[in-house]
Write a protein that binds this ligand. Structure first.
Ligand SMILES: [Fe+2]
Length: 194
């Protein structure tokens, strides 16, 4: 009969999944930052890239606290979310719509990570891995803050700007709260990559 795995084994598996997910995001975030038109959105992706580097280090500390070697296991979930984000970036949306879509992609990734870290923290606490739980909580707090930052940018003007760009008459020409732009816009002159 096959040996049955324990919750500790499942925990290590999930940690490896999270470690790989963060590493995939290290590659995806610079592309998202580059595709963003609103200065604040680009800055938010770049800031989260820096946080993600710290999160990778923190996961290495978690592995060390468990006397385990840090290694990743391909995370299909985040790979799918990143792949969807890539397809969006290949669309020929106007700048504001692209920004709104980049926020949507970013938030999908954040929520996936929040779910993963929430589980990891609960399991770590249950098994008495207090140091691991504390470290993982720091990352969960950063993911939540990054998600709220993206919601704020969407609500603060990016969604409205996208709506005005697409439905000028329905919005009665209402001007969205300004979001500063990189000047000049690259996308305005760039042909769609299709
Ligand atoms: Fe993360």
């Amino acid at each position: 009969m096959a040996e049955s795995g324990t919750l500790h084994d499942a925990f290590l598996d999930e940690l490896r999944d999270a470690y790989d997910a963060e590493k995939q995001l290290l590659k995806a975030l610079p592309k998202m930052a580059k595709a963003a038109s609103a200065e604040e959105l680009r800055a938010a992706f770049e800031a989260h890239l820096e946080e993600t580097k710290v999160q990778v280090d923190r996961l290495e500390q978690v592995f060390a606290s468990l006397e385990e070697k840090a290694r990743g296991k391909h995370c299909d979930g985040i790979a799918g979310i990143i792949e969807e984000g890539k397809s969006v970036m290949e669309e020929s949306f106007d700048d504001a719509t692209m920004d709104a879509c980049l926020i949507a992609s970013g938030q999908r990734a954040e929520h996936y990570e929040m779910a993963a870290y929430g589980t990891l923290i609960a399991w770590a606490r249950t098994m008495g891995h207090t140091q691991a739980a504390r470290l993982l909580q720091q990352t969960l707090d950063e993911e939540k803050a990054a998600d709220e930052k993206l919601s704020g940018l969407a609500d603060d003007g990016i969604n409205q700007e996208a709506a005005v760009a697409n439905h000028p008459s329905e919005n009665g020409g209402e001007t969205p709260r300004a979001v500063s732009k990189k000047a000049p816009s690259k996308r305005a002159t760039k042909p769609a990559r299709r």
